[in-house]
Ligand binder design. Structure first.
Ligand SMILES: *Cc1c(COP(=O)(O)O)cnc(C)c1O
Length: 374
């Protein structure tokens, strides 16, 4: 079986550096908020260009923290896609606010600006909830269209919280994820493009006051010193060991992003016509957290591929608006027809920086064989 993602291949390449980095933490013993945490934050902010990088426990907490810092809670509406990992809307519910589900575009799979505007108008006309924020998701590693979304947000005075859990390293008009919205969250879950060896996450913003609140919220609402607590916060710090691992992984990351892009390019060039890849919005580059295609006959295709030793995965077979805890959350007035279309047709192919050409050719020929004599 070809691996769907291959974390071992990456580890083998940088193992000596990772071992030394972990040994360094064991020798100084500052497991919580050790010096590697600040070093990583500086390196992340250098890499993406955001003024502030604030690490935290995981990508879900990153979303919760920013909702806390914006004081978003009961009675507030937060607009988000349903076609995403559950955390995007789980964070909203955890705060007692109401997610309002917005449809996505059929080609980019990302938030549809038309559906967004309609959802905002609907919430305003009902008058029950106060529109507060939009959480666009950069699905599978490609940025949402922040040019259009930020313009809508500005007209409506809404915060834009970019869920960049899958897209750290991607760009739009030459600007990196971290600098495309008021605030951006990411995740260092092991399988994300930049992953650690456990849970981890971060927030990015240019807003000094927001950054200060986020640093306090991630550490029990700390004020001027450890026993001064000025707000109710979380225990959501990134472990020093994970920061040390990430410092080493970040060094290899720019090259890995390039490798992912060449894998994606080869897929796009050789895909049979019956399967469409996720398309990129103009001016965008993806980090290809997943390489996702859509077409008819998915379940047959997946089992035929699996018989040939080609693993595939479906993200996401059941969008959030159809999951029990979210059934009572409003949707855009025209519903989510594209989301419901994609849920039955998308699947993802093996994707990682070290995918060999020969393995990739096996994936492609298995896909092309599906249509021989059909
Ligand atoms: C992975 C993911 C998250 C959550 O990240 P964790 O670090 O696992 O909490 C949030 N949003 C999206 C879109 C994700 O893919």
């Amino acid at each position: 079986m070809i691996p769907f993602i291959d974390l071992a291949a990456q580890q083998a390449r940088i193992k000596d550096h990772i071992d030394a980095a972990i040994a360094g933490v064991l020798s100084h013993g500052q497991y919580i908020m050790g010096p590697e945490v600040a070093d990583l934050e500086a390196a992340l902010s250098d890499y993406c260009g955001a003024k502030h990088a604030i690490t935290c426990g995981n990508g879900t907490d990153a979303l919760v923290l920013v909702l806390m810092a914006y004081d978003i809670g009961p009675g507030d509406a937060v607009f988000a896609p349903s076609f995403t990992f559950v955390s995007t809307v789980e964070a909203v519910k955890l705060r007692g606010a109401t997610p309002v589900f917005v449809d996505v575009q059929s080609d980019t799979f990302n938030l549809c600006p038309t559906s967004l505007s309609e959802a905002i108008d609907f919430v305003k006309s009902e008058g029950k909830l106060k529109p507060r924020a939009i959480i666009p998701v950069d699905l599978f590693g490609q940025t949402a269209d922040y040019r259009l979304i930020n313009a809508i947000a500005q007209t409506e005075s809404l915060h834009v919280i970019a869920d960049g859990a899958q897209s750290f390293g991607a760009t739009l008009d030459g600007k990196k994820v971290g600098c495309l919205a008021d605030v951006t969250t990411t995740s260092f879950f092991p399988a994300k493009p930049l992953g650690c060896y456990g849970d981890g996450g971060a927030l990015f913003t240019d807003d000094d006051a927001l950054a200060k609140r986020l640093r306090s919220y991630r550490n029990h609402g700390q004020g001027t010193d450890r026993y001064d607590n000025i707000r109710v916060g979380l225990n959501s710090r990134l472990d020093t060991i994970q920061a040390a691992v990430l410092i080493e992984k970040l060094k290899a990351f720019p090259q890995e992003v390039e490798l992912r892009r060449s894998v994606a390019k080869r897929y796009i060039e050789a895909l049979p016509n019956s399967w469409q890849p996720q398309s990129l919005v103009s001016g965008a580059s993806s980090v290809w957290a997943q390489f996702t295609i859509f077409g008819d006959g998915r379940d047959y295709a997946r089992s035929a591929l699996s018989e040939k030793g080609v693993p595939t995965a479906v993200y996401y077979p059941r969008p959030n608006h159809l999951q029990a805890p979210y059934l009572d959350s409003p949707t855009a007035p025209n519903g989510l027809p594209v989301t419901e279309y994609l849920q039955d047709r998308v699947f993802s192919l093996p994707m990682h920086p070290y995918l060999e050409d020969s393995d990739q050719d096996r994936v492609l020929s298995a896909l092309n064989d599906l249509h021989e004599g059909a």
